[in-house]
Write a protein that binds this ligand. Structure first.
Ligand code: 13P
Length: 249
């Protein structure tokens, strides 16, 4: 029903030679069959390289961010049309690092999702609470507001093409992982929020977990009913670890 999606977020890592090794390693070790969809989200300068290397493979590529403007005088920005030119299938929007370091608001993230979809690129919308928010019992309120901004600006049909990634900020790059049940509870809540707008969309939207997902914990997390894949940071930089997570599905 919902095809598992294992996505690597390389963040600001890589070089032409390191990427070549990583990508060819992934292609070589990919399990046969199409049970799992595999995606790598590379820094913008390497998207053309991903297109070249991955073209004949089943691995998709995508970007880590997109401008909230379509074109024009926005120095340093990369538009959705440019990502489409690089044949990106997906783009991450609203990663917590962008929300934190670039002050991206829920509304701005929603606008990015709209522009991505306008170019037929599927947005991977990241949501997640900080440790302080979790400890104060605000997790659901925070992730609901982050998701609602996107729900509000999309049609039901567009919503069905979105991927959601639940990434608790306190679990990113820290080695601390949400327990499978903690993650499942938030995923089920997010799906219920989607269902208020469209039951059909809620049934097909994949909700990925991100935050210190590794070969050792992937199987348990991915076994949960509403966890439809992973958005992987550190472990996506090693072909061995990334492939091990794919095999855990
Ligand atoms: P880590 O897997 O390194 O914790 O990163 C998660 C993440 O932020 C993916 O977008």
């Amino acid at each position: 029903m919902r095809r598992t999606l294992i996505a690597g977020n390389w963040k600001m890592n890589g070089s032409f030679s390191a990427n070549q090794t990583l990508l060819t390693g992934i292609i070589a070790g990919l399990p046969v069959g199409d049970a799992v969809e595999t995606l790598v989200c590379a820094p913008a300068p390497y998207l053309a390289q991903c297109a070249d290397v991955l073209e004949k493979s089943s691995v998709a590529w995508g970007a880590q961010d997109v401008s909230d403007h379509a074109k024009g005088a926005f120095t340093g920005e990369v538009s959705a049309a440019m990502l489409a030119d690089c044949r990106c299938k997906y783009v991450i929007v609203g990663h917590s690092e962008r929300r934190a370091y670039h002050a991206e608001s829920n509304e701005l993230v929603a606008q990015k999702a709209v522009l991505a979809l306008s170019e037929n690129i599927m947005p991977v919308v990241c949501v997640g609470e900080t440790l302080e928010q979790r400890e104060s019992g605000a997790t659901n309120e925070v992730v609901a507001a982050q998701l609602q901004a996107v729900i509000d600006v999309l049609t039901d049909g567009q919503l069905a093409r979105v991927v959601v990634a639940y990434e608790p900020v306190w679990a990113i790059g820290t080695g601390k992982t949400a327990t499978p049940q903690m993650a499942q509870d938030v995923h089920a809540f997010l799906r219920s929020q989607l269902a208020i707008k469209s039951v059909a969309a809620a049934n097909v939207v994949r909700i990925l977990y991100g935050g210190s997902m590794k070969p050792e914990n992937a199987k348990e997390l991915l076994a949960m009913e509403d966890i439809d894949g992973g958005l992987i940071g550190g472990a996506a930089l090693s072909p061995v670890d990334f492939l091990a997570i794919i095999s855990a599905c």
